[in-house]
Design a protein. Structure first.
Length: 283
């Protein structure tokens, strides 16, 4: 059954049906694209992280991805989707900062330094033999310079060409690092350093992808829920990313556009973005 629920979306679906296959570059919209991060113990599924400051476990996205869309399929060919930095510097410093002792009352490293980062996290690892007792490990972690690709085989379009199964999309980290500074539960310096996170990938588990076309602009929306397994510092952890990536095949506007150009582009985008969200919203 078609999910078009407005004249605008009905026109969008009609236009989708007559697409000619072509590979397009899609520009990620940072206003509607963000990913949150959480880290779990791979063996016990225990949540190990929390935000260093409010919101430092979520960041917006920029960059591009390449996709081929025809009348019946969409294929994600590649991508360079970059994770933006937080407004404040995050701990530890690049490289993991200096090893410094805490104490039994506050085992976190007292002076790990800080630098710009995509994410800033507190790390707490309970003692598996005494989960309610003192922490086994406590520290800070920061992810920096992360970039991900988007790839898939051909995915069948549904809903009159306005929807696709996003769980067939793989996110692959092509660049980035994890810096960490960790003490033991009594505050003794335990581990500090950095490790690359590139080369890790995970298959998306969110399904409800959407496509809309209006005024010559095509928009693609990808809900994201991806688990990436990482080995670092002797820890086997699952990094879970959740959120969404939205992009259009309209290049970003120049910094100071002519008023008429800006108005025309704004009207086009105002039509496309609400349309795609309505298309992929369950009834």
């Amino acid at each position: 059954m078609r999910r078009c629920i407005s004249p605008l979306v009905a026109m969008t679906c009609a236009m989708v049906a007559i697409r000619i296959a072509s590979a397009d570059t899609f520009y990620v919209d940072p206003d509607f694209s963000s990913l949150s991060i959480a880290v779990y113990d791979h063996t016990t599924s225990t949540l190990l992280t929390s935000a260093q400051i409010s919101g430092s476990d979520t960041t917006s996205l920029t960059g591009t991805f390449d996709a081929t869309i025809d009348s019946s399929t969409i294929t994600f060919n590649s991508g360079s989707v970059a994770f933006n930095n937080q407004e404040s510097d995050m701990q530890p410093a690049i490289g993991g900062g200096d090893a410094s002792a805490g104490d039994s009352m506050n085992p976190y490293p007292p002076s790990p330094g800080s630098d710009p980062a995509n994410y800033g996290l507190f790390l707490t690892v309970p003692d598996p033999d005494d989960p309610e007792g003192p922490l086994a490990l406590a520290g800070v972690a920061a992810i920096r310079d992360a970039v991900t690709s988007l790839t898939s085989s051909a995915i069948t379009l549904t809903g009159g060409g306005s929807a696709f199964d996003a769980s067939q999309v793989t996110l692959g980290l092509t660049y980035g690092s994890l810096d960490y500074n960790i003490n033991t539960g009594d505050g003794t310096p335990f581990l500090n350093g950095t490790t690359g996170i590139d080369g890790n990938s995970g298959l998306n588990s969110s399904t409800d992808g959407g496509i809309g076309t209006f005024g010559g602009i095509t928009a693609v929306s990808i809900p994201v829920s991806v688990l990436v397994n990482v080995m670092t510092g002797g820890l086997n952890i699952d990094v879970v990313l959740t959120g969404q990536i939205e992009g259009t095949n309209a290049a970003p506007l120049a910094p100071v556009p002519e008023p008429g150009t800006f108005a025309l582009a704004a009207l086009a985008l105002i039509g496309v973005v609400p349309a795609i969200r309505k298309v992929r919203r369950p009834r």
